[in-house]
Each structure stands twice: as C-alpha cells, then as structure tokens.
Design a protein around this ligand. Structure first.
Ligand SMILES: [Zn+2]
Length: 592
C-alpha cells in the first residue's frame, strides 16, 4: 500500500514537473535573465492556445515590416469575440506590453500570468467576470531590433528590443494622430472591444529610488468626474494597498519639479491623450500606466508587473458591474447637451498653489559637480535606503478651455482627418448634397512651426480668430455630431486649440500656405488704383509702416499687403477648413 502511494506520488511529481517544463516560459528557462524574441513569443502563445480551451491566439493587424500583431484572449467561457463577451456580461481588460519594445517586463509577466491561470489553473477565478485581451508585443518591428545596448539605463534582460517602430515612431505618442499602422490596428481592436479597463506596461527612466514600480492613473482632469472618483477611491486605493501587502510598495509616477532634482519636489501631471492612459481617459475608460524601475533586477521587475496585473484583475472582478454602470453613465453624459454646455479643458499644467509633505522611499545621495562636464552629478547609493521628506504638488490646473459646438462639418478633401476620426470610433454622416449654413470659423494667425521634427511632424502654435459666418460645404462633407460617446476625443482632435488636434500636428499645414502671388509691376499699378478709390487705405498703409520696421524695409511685403486688401486675395488662406455648427437648428436644416 505504502509503495503504491509512494509510486503514485512519484508519478504525479514526474507528471507535474513534465508539465512545468513544457509550459515554462523562455524567461523562466533563462533563470529570469532573458526575454524571448518575436518568433519564440508567438510560438509560446500558440502553444497556450492549443493546450487550453479558454485561451485563443489571434492577430489584429500587421506591422510595416509585415509582422503579425499578436493577441491572446483569455475567457473562462471560451467567448473570443467582442459580441459574445459583451453578451456574457464580462468586463474586458486590455493589457498591452512592448509598446516600447525595449521595456519587455509586461510581455514576460503576462505570458506567465495567462499560463498560470489557464494551464496551471492557479487562479482561475480571476476570469470569473473578466475577459483578458493581452498584446504581448505591440511594437513588433522595434522588438526585433534586438540587442544588449538598446537601453542604457536599464538593468536587464540580457538583450531587448528598441523603443520605436521600424518607421522610428514612438507609438506612445501616436494615440491621437495614429500615423503608425500598428496604432491604426490598435484603434480597430480598441473600438471593436471597447475594454472597460486598460493597462500599459513600461520601464521608467529617471531618479533612483526604492520603489520597484511606479504607476499613473488619470484622476486629475481628462476623464469624466464619477469615473475619475472611482479610479482614485476604489481602484487606486486597492492597488496601492494590495501591492504594499505583496511586498511591492508603489508610488505615483515620479516627476520632479526640476528634472533629476528630488529637492525641487514632486509634481503631478495630466497625461495628454497622445499617451496611452491619457487616450483611454478621453474614451471614458480608465487606463493604468505601470512603470517598473529600470535599475531593479529583471526578475523583480517582472514579478512586480505580474503582481500588479493580478491585483488589477482582482479589483475588476470585484467591481466590474459598478465600473460598467459608471462607464455607461459617463458615455451618456459625454453625449449629452449638458456636457457640451460646460467649458472643455484641452490642456493642463502643474499647479504649485497647494503642496503637502510626503514620505518617499529613496536612497541616500550626494550631489557633486562633475569635473567632466561642470554639471550636477547625482550619486545615488542603492545600498543605503532612506526616507525622503519631499514636497508634493498634488494638483494640476486646466490652462486652456474651448467651447464645444453641436457638430463639425469636415469637407471631403480632408481625407486623412476623416479616416482618422473613423479609426477613433467616431460616428459621422456623409452629406450627399452641398450645404450652406451658419458656422463658427477659425482663421489661423501668427503661426510658428517647431524647428525640430517631433514624431515626424513639425508641430505648430498659432493664434485663432473666430467668427460666425455663412459657409458652403460641398457634397460629400462629413457631419460629425457631438451627441456621441466619443465627444471628448472629437474635441481634442478637431478643436485647433488642443495641443493634440490635427491642426496642431500639422494636418492642415497646406491651408496655411499662400499659393497665388502678384507680380510687383502689376501690384504697383493696382495699389495706386486702390488708394485712389479708397484714400483711407494710404493712411492705414503709412500707419503699418510706422509701426512695423520689418514691413517698412520690405517692398515685397508691402505689395503683398496691398494684394491682401484686393479682391484677388485668397479668402480661404489660413481658414480652418472644418466648420463648427453652434446651433442645433442648423443640423436639423442640413439633415432635411
Ligand atoms: Zn516606456
């Protein structure tokens, strides 16, 4: 009897250890030092799919170099379509790793977590009310620019991918303009599923301190009020306390008032919607940014990511119904007239009005003057943990508001803008006839283009002169009404005052170029005729010459000035092609 028990125990152990080896991840096999390449990652995902009825491997697009964008879906009921999951009542959690492909902690943590849930059945209840979409590698091309020297600040794995895509775009600046094919595919996936919660896994740079992980949740302004409160009071407080219990105390994303200098105090920011968690916030869906600390060993970073993902799924299982109800309400509110009547903030900055003293788990450090550069040299001693008493500036302030219209009219030639809005899930109506109506128009002035490109664009700043006028829009114009759940996204994209608008990214630059010029000898004659007809023009001209030295020294500019006052001038120069409908009655007329 004893022998049988011992033998059966032995065979069970053998079986378990065979199972363990079969489903060990590349990272585990490497003794927690290395991360798998793209092909090995996909192979492992397929293996999980084959072995488990509750996991499905699929793809959701292709990279510019032709790599499939991988997706693992975990659902306890074997529902693998957005429609079936919606019907089941489950909440959807989207976890994304390797948007910055050198920061691969989320890939290795996510693969282990899904394996543990689905194959080892360690924590199957995590899937009771939550369906997980896991993107192990979003930036697949960047991931295959693989090497040991891709992250100068980062302590492992042995080799890793590269921050940007093959097109050298940073996907975590691309959520609004969506230039990259990878981001366009992400938007299609996002809109198909509209996940209740989103997690984006990174590794941070910056100062050295004790926390293995810092995080950011949008609770400071961009998101609807009740959802922000849920995020702060329910979600954040749960994650912070559970992470502490699990041995990984966490702290909000660390940004010092003066970069690198802890003595200057800690600030909080509102992530603009070009960033992942800032983007989901304007979609009325909370997003969690996790940033493991670059100098911590790879194993500690992956374990802390695994732990944070687990606690996130736990709170979603507890809260899925109330979160779903809050998001439905946030969507309804965003589509309501009440929302459009409020001033809408499009940019935020730090506020230094209030501060509090906090304790921060840092390391002892000294500040020397570098004999190499003359700059300050912060020397952290990670053998000497200490508690820093820091000033925290916990608030942000909105520094630019816009008035929201009832609808936008986008003429059909604005092809990339129309396609972009559709990617964001924006609903629109194509008008099959020409319309003339009263709109609020903007004219750009004092444009300044950034000298250096940013994400392939020379962003610009400008002043806007608004006026109400009658304008005619051709057949094929898109009517984008604001009584829809994506109204925050639409406002950020179409209000030129928003730093993330298409206008600010330069999508309308061609409309800011003068395309017709007068010959000087033609204009010399015409200017005289104009003065003869309208003598006050000469006074205006003299005034401008007296006030503007550059103008006074530039005959071409002077003649162009007269040209601008003539009927030949391009009335559409610097005109924002998009019109805003302010009165609902205009929409009813257009739709008749
Ligand atoms: Zn990152």
């Amino acid at each position: 009897m004893k022998l049988i028990l011992v033998l059966s125990g032995f065979f069970l152990m053998l079986q378990l250890s065979a199972q363990d080896t079969a489903f060990q991840t590349y990272y585990e096999k490497s003794h927690y030092l290395a991360t798998p390449r793209y092909a090995e990652t996909i192979e492992f995902c397929k293996k999980l799919d084959k072995a488990s009825p509750i996991l499905k491997y699929t793809t959701f697009g292709k990279s510019p170099q032709g790599r499939d964008l991988p997706l693992l879906i975990a659902d306890k009921n074997g529902n693998f379509t957005a429609e079936a999951v919606r019907k089941s009542g489950n909440a959807v959690l989207l976890i994304e790793a390797c948007i910055h492909a050198g920061e691969c902690d989320g890939k290795d943590a996510g693969l282990m977590l899904l394996r543990d849930i689905a194959i080892y059945k360690k924590s199957l209840p995590l899937l009771d009310h939550v369906t997980i979409l896991f993107i192990p590698i979003l930036n697949t091309d960047g991931h295959e620019r693989f090497g040991p020297y891709n992250r100068v600040n980062q302590n492992g794995p042995e080799e890793m991918g590269w921050r940007t895509t093959a097109q050298n775009l940073n996907l975590n600046r691309d959520f609004m303009k969506a230039d990259a094919p990878e981001m366009q595919a992400w938007h299609k996936l996002y809109n198909e599923w509209l996940p209740e919660f989103f997690v984006d896994c990174h590794v941070t740079d910056g100062a050295d301190f004790q926390y293995t992980m810092t995080y950011a949740l949008e609770t400071n302004g961009c998101m609807e009020k009740n959802l922000s409160e849920w995020t702060r009071n329910i979600c954040e407080s749960y994650l912070v306390s559970e992470m502490k219990k699990s041995g990984f105390p966490v702290f909000p994303y660390v940004e010092f008032r003066n970069w690198h200098d802890p003595r200057s105090g800690l600030t909080q920011t509102v992530a603009p919607p070009m960033l992942s968690q800032g983007y989901t916030a304007v979609q009325n869906r909370p997003g969690l940014l996790i940033e493991t600390h670059m100098l911590k060993p790879y194993k500690a970073r992956v374990t802390s990511t695994y732990t944070m993902l687990t606690h996130t799924i736990e709170i979603l299982n507890k809260e899925y119904k109330s979160l779903q109800a809050l998001e439905t309400k946030a969507d309804e509110f965003t589509a309501s007239e009440k929302f459009r009547k409020e001033p809408f903030p499009v940019s935020f900055s730090e506020s230094y009005a209030d501060s509090t003293q906090i304790e921060f788990l840092g390391f002892e450090y000294t500040i020397d003057t570098s004999d190499l550069t003359g700059g300050l040299w912060f020397k952290y001693n990670n053998q000497k943990p200490t508690v820093w008493q820091l000033t925290m500036f916990p608030n942000c302030k909105a520094d630019k508001y816009v008035t929201l219209p009832e609808a936008y009219l986008i003429p059909p030639q604005c092809i990339s803008v129309i396609e972009g809005l559709q990617l964001h899930g924006v609903k629109m109506t194509k008008l099959n006839h020409e319309v003339t109506c009263s709109v609020k128009s903007s004219r750009f002035g004092k444009m300044r283009w950034q000298q250096k490109p940013f994400e392939g664009h020379h962003k610009l700043t400008y002043e806007l002169a608004d006026s109400i006028e009658q304008r005619t829009f051709p057949a094929g114009t898109m009517l984008v009404e604001m009584n829809q759940r994506t109204a925050r996204v639409i406002a950020h994209l179409l209000e030129p005052a928003s730093p993330d608008s298409y206008a600010s990214w330069g999508f309308f630059d061609a409309y800011l170029e003068q395309k017709e010029y007068s010959e000087s000898y033609v204009m010399e004659t015409l200017a005289r005729e104009m003065i003869q007809k309208n003598p006050s023009l000469k006074a205006e001209f003299d005034q401008k010459k007296a006030a503007d030295k550059n103008f006074d020294a530039d005959p071409d500019a002077m003649l162009n000035w007269f040209y601008s006052k003539s009927p030949y001038w391009d009335s559409r120069l610097n005109l924002y092609p998009v019109g805003r409908i302010v009165n609902r009655s205009e929409i009813d007329k257009i739709k008749q």
